[in-house]
Design a protein around this ligand. Structure first.
Ligand code: SME
Length: 137
């Protein structure tokens, strides 16, 4: 019988690969809807530890994506008023939702220490990653 790698280990491997291969992806992590609560819970991630392990829906970039069901690209985090700072080195952020059975069940969150680094290619690529991730959840 084949032993399957646990989901969290596989998600962590995705984070590690993205952080390693893409120079401007400096913090890569997953947030998931926390049971039936209106909040996100931090999942596997690579990068500096964050205090923000629980994020209420609506709060910060992540909390807004939990409600909007849409990608959120932030070229300059200092220009956002509804933003949760995790590290002073972060200049930009991208959050892409993960859908399972058309439900927004979580997201991939990437912080960059480079200003305005994200293009349409990042969005298309991360949508692809999120679709793949959805199949193992
Ligand atoms: N900046 C995010 C919070 C999560 S940290 O980036 C890891 C936000 O505003 O929702």
């Amino acid at each position: 019988k084949q032993t399957e790698t646990p989901v969290d280990d596989r998600l962590l491997a995705v984070c590690a690969l993205l952080e390693k291969e893409i120079p401007y992806y400096n913090w890569v992590g997953f947030y998931f809807k926390n049971g039936d609560k209106n909040e996100l819970k931090l999942g596997p991630y690579v990068g500096e530890p964050t205090d923000h392990t629980i994020i209420p829906f609506g709060k910060g970039i992540c909390g807004q994506v939990a409600i909007s069901n849409q990608n959120f690209v932030v070229p300059d985090v200092s220009a956002q008023d509804n933003y949760i700072a995790c590290s002073i080195t972060v200049k930009a952020e991208i959050v892409v939702p993960i859908f399972v059975n058309s439900q927004n069940i979580g997201q991939i969150d990437i912080d960059s220490n480079t200003a305005d680094p994200f293009t349409d290619m990042d969005e298309r690529f991360l949508e692809f990653v999120c679709k793949k991730v959805a199949t193992i959840l």
